[in-house]
Design a protein around this ligand. Structure first.
Ligand SMILES: [Zn+2]
Length: 383
């Protein structure tokens, strides 16, 4: 049995300082503070221990992509993020021709079958060209239940989240069909008004895709999709708190308004995450990364996903002033709940999967454990 002791252990009930975690195979057996029940196998003094991050919006990383390339390359992208602390993740696809989306969904379903990823997120093709961001408007189509069912079938039961623009004709029918099928409907890349968004939530939408990004800016008399999504208690709100996509003031305001139970930190990472500046691909779109900021080659005003890992976002959110416990909830516990995995991962609690991230004082990951196995060098042993 592994016994990690001495660190600041972030649990749903608060930070145990110093705390300890006892593991039994792939699971957390017990968590406590104070007197350690046995001889520790790892000394985590001076370290933070956070639950493994759950990234529900990620397109790639480490030079590889979910949106194009081979199955091995997709596994490489997942392995990159696993090693950076995102022990659970969805693979997010962007708008593409239908046949291509079906093929990608089938390929990624293989990764989900193997437990490499927790499922798929379709960010498209039912999006608004008006708020396209870095997505390819040529392949955006009106929501259609038959098309949705085709894509869902291609994902072989692994489709978890679909982002759509609720103002498009046919959106309500797809929201209802997806909700019935147990697929989380996220509102995003949308020019919807608050009223239209409220109707989408009434129809079953429960999540906001990168709140504020890819939406009309809120106005005090027309709060738009962002205002409506933030207003409704049943909606979880993603933010890309990387210091590029959102001003920190908006991150803090959103965190306060949503609370840790509704805030979800995501990376929206693309292939360039963890890589040097240069040229990359996001679906059909060519992307140039300079100074760590990814932009479309053809439209430099469009930010094309992020180059951050969720660990980077966690570090930035803490630096922006969010309490560590709230950040852990938003990076792990709440997104695990969005995926219906709260009984398996997302918190340092007995009975859950031993998924954890050991961070230094600057919240840089120093060791990562997934399902009870160190993905990195194990932290130092107690002599
Ligand atoms: Zn995205």
């Amino acid at each position: 049995m592994l016994l990690l002791a001495g660190g600041r252990v972030v649990t749903p009930d608060g930070v145990l300082d110093p705390g300890w975690i006892r593991l039994a195979g792939p699971l957390i057996d017990a968590v406590g503070s104070g007197r350690v029940p046995d001889q520790p196998t790892a000394d985590l003094r001076g370290r933070w221990v956070l639950p493994g991050f759950v990234d529900i919006h990620v397109h790639g990383g480490g030079g590889a992509s979910f949106t194009e390339g081979t199955s091995d390359q997709a596994r490489q992208a997942a392995a990159f993020h696993h090693g950076q602390g995102s022990t659970t993740m969805l693979a997010s696809l962007v708008t593409a021709p239908l046949a291509e989306l079906e093929a990608r969904a089938g390929l990624l379903a293989g990764l989900a079958d193997d437990g490499v990823i927790a499922g798929l997120h379709l960010e498209g093709p039912f999006l608004s060209p008006v708020r396209r961001g870095a997505q390819d408007p040529r392949h955006m189509i009106a929501p259609d239940v038959a098309v949705f069912e085709r894509l869902r079938a291609a994902a072989r039961g692994h489709l978890r989240v679909i982002t759509l623009a609720p103002e498009l004709p046919g959106a309500l029918a797809v929201i209802q069909a997806a909700t019935r099928a147990g697929v989380t409907v996220a509102v995003g890349h949308t020019d919807a008004t608050a009223d239209v968004t409220m109707a989408a939530i009434d129809a079953g939408a429960t999540h906001a895709t990168h709140l504020f990004n890819g939406m009309r800016p809120p106005h005090h008399r027309e709060p738009g999709a962002a205002g409506a999504l933030l207003d409704r208690d049943e909606v979880t709100c993603e933010v890309i708190a990387d210091g590029v996509h959102l001003d920190d003031i908006m991150v803090r305001l959103t965190a306060r308004a949503a609370g840790p139970g509704r805030l979800v930190l995501v990376s929206d990472a693309m292939a360039a995450a963890g890589m040097p500046d240069g040229s990359y691909q996001l679906g059909s779109q060519r992307v140039s990364v300079a100074g760590g900021v990814a932009r479309l080659l053809e439209d430099r005003a469009a930010i094309a996903g992020s180059t951050a890992t969720l660990a980077d976002v966690v570090r930035h959110a803490v630096a922006a002033g969010l309490p560590v416990s709230d950040v852990a909830a938003a990076a792990s516990t709440t997104p695990a709940r969005v995926l219906g995995l709260a009984d398996r991962t997302g918190a340092l609690s007995p009975g859950l999967s031993a998924d954890l991230v050991v961070c230094d004082d600057d919240f840089r990951p120093r060791a990562v454990m997934r399902h009870g196995e160190w993905l990195t060098a194990a932290p130092s042993r107690v002599p």
